[in-house]
Design a protein around this ligand. Structure first.
Ligand code: CTP
Length: 470
């Protein structure tokens, strides 16, 4: 498809694109492409492009906010370019500082072109100091984001070094600071780095990531990957969101991710759940002021900002953590819990048998956490389950509402699509909300938008309850 120049579009169309791109989690070019693709299926060109699937509150948090992005020296610096675009798509004004090490990975020219302004690099640049100055850079900002943030930058910050522009600005600012660390796993786990992180957290610095995964270096994997740009954007939004009190004082438990059921010391049974939907729901509820306990299976995601996270591995541990976290006003069960576990966990690694090419596993049922809590005397006022189905989505979800004692079921079809994408692991979701009164289909949208919409529904539920009481 031909390239699309957003700059030349009518300002109203640009604004509408910006909002829907932000809500759907893609770039403005991608949003424009999708609109053109769907418009081509009509006989007449549509006059106005509908943007019903837009979650305005999410897009509005960053509108007009001044973000100072410090790009540090790491191979992940290239991701900072996408971060600039994502922030600007949401209406933020982005100023950029690049450290000397960052300039070994990307050029100030390209960062400046995306940020629509010059990039600041020197503490003692005459022009920089005269027209802006490091004190103004530090003060004229709503938030500073350091992405990528290297081990060296963490050490400099922890010790209070102001010998370069980034360091001086970080010392002089009163704005909140969010750091997205990126480094080799050995550097991340080094006691010096961990000590610096502890000190900086005590000083009020916020962190997003790092996440686990493959490193740029050959054959290296572990914790140290910088969070993806959209995850960083969500953390910025969470920190900048105006305190919203619609769920103030409500304790909400969310389960997320897969569980891992061990077979022996080296093997386990699990599933493809990424935790993206559950984590997004926990973050969205926290943004509405709820006190959220997230019980998470093993995922490669950063802990959401402003949420208490309990990390578990097995279904039994997830059940224990949920039961311990009660009482709660609401619980949202998003986790893809393993229904069964091996009845015994071998103490030694199970060896291959010379006389047999098959192995028999005896499995026992795990606790059904949603059903246990849904029918318990300590049941939260609102219990929301998910239904992951590959067929008869509505019928199966309706049966689950009764069997598990839920108030609402969020049903989705998890069959993989012909193009290889799917709900499990993907960034988009297409759900139906089912309660005792009926079914409400929602359009396909990003998992972040599903989370925002569901969190708002939960807030509306409690508002309604309060009205009925008064
Ligand atoms: N769930 C749970 N504990 C389990 C199994 C499921 O809490 N041991 C919750 C899930 O978090 C979800 C809902 O129950 O909210 C439905 O999960 P799903 O996997 O769709 O259904 P299952 O109960 O596993 O039933 P089936 O596999 O037969 O569809």
């Amino acid at each position: 498809m031909a390239s699309i120049t957003i700059r030349n579009l009518d300002p109203a169309v640009k604004e509408s694109l910006r909002i829907s791109a932000a809500a759907n989690g893609h770039s403005m070019e991608e949003e424009a492409r999708q609109r053109l693709a769907s418009a081509s299926s009509f006989a007449f060109p549509p006059v106005a492009v509908p943007v019903q699937a837009v979650s305005l509150p999410a897009a509005q948090i960053l509108g007009g906010k001044r973000i100072l992005l410090i790009i540090g020296g790491s191979i992940a610096a290239y991701k900072a370019l996408d971060l600039i675009r994502r922030l600007r798509e949401r209406g933020a004004q982005v100023r950029v500082i690049m450290t000397q090490a960052a300039q070994a990975f990307i050029t100030p020219l390209v960062a400046g072109a995306l940020a629509d302004g010059r990039v600041f690099t020197d503490l003692f640049s005459c022009t920089g100091e005269q027209d802006t100055g490091h004190i103004r850079l530090a003060r004229e900002t709503d938030m500073i984001v350091i992405a990528p943030c290297s081990a060296d930058r963490l050490a400099k910050m922890a010790a209070g070094f102001g010998s370069d522009l980034a360091g001086a600005v970080l010392l002089a600012t009163r704005a909140p600071v969010l750091a997205a660390p990126a480094m080799n796993p050995a550097m991340w786990t080094h006691p010096a780095t961990q000590h610096n992180i502890g000190r900086l957290a005590q000083n009020g610095i916020h962190f997003i990531g790092p996440e686990s995964g493959e490193m740029a270096e050959n054959n290296e994997a572990g914790k140290g990957r910088m969070s993806e740009p959209l995850t960083i954007v969500a953390a910025v939004e969470a920190l900048l969101a105006k305190p919203c009190d619609s769920l103030d004082g409500k304790h909400i438990i969310v389960t997320s991710g897969p569980t891992r059921e061990p077979l022996d010391p080296v093997r386990y049974l699990t599933n493809h759940s990424s935790g993206k939907q559950g984590h997004a729901i926990a973050a969205a509820l926290a943004r509405l002021g709820a006190d959220v306990t997230l019980v998470s299976g093993p995922v490669a995601l950063a802990d959401p900002v402003g949420v208490s996270v309990i990390h578990i591995e097995t279904a039994q541990q997830m059940y224990n953590a949920v039961a311990t976290a009660l009482p709660a006003d609401a619980a949202v069960f998003v986790a893809a819990v393993a229904d069964w576990r091996p009845d015994t966990v071998a103490v030694q690694k199970i060896k291959k048998q010379v006389d047999s090419r098959t192995i028999v596993l005896n499995m026992v049922e795990n606790p059904d956490i949603l059903a246990e809590i849904g029918h318990s005397v300590r049941r939260p006022k609102l219990v929301v389950g998910f239904a992951a189905e590959t067929s008869d989505v509505v019928e199966n979800a309706k049966a689950k509402i009764v069997r598990k004692g839920a108030d609402w079921i969020v049903a989705n079809d998890i069959s993989s699509r012909t193009d290889g994408s799917g709900v499990m692991g993907g960034d988009r979701n297409h759900v139906k909300i089912i309660n005792h009164n009926g079914i409400e289909p929602w359009p396909e949208m990003s998992k972040i938008s599903v989370a925002e919409k569901l969190a708002q529904r939960i807030a509306d539920f409690f508002k309604q309850q309060a009205k009925q009481k008064s």
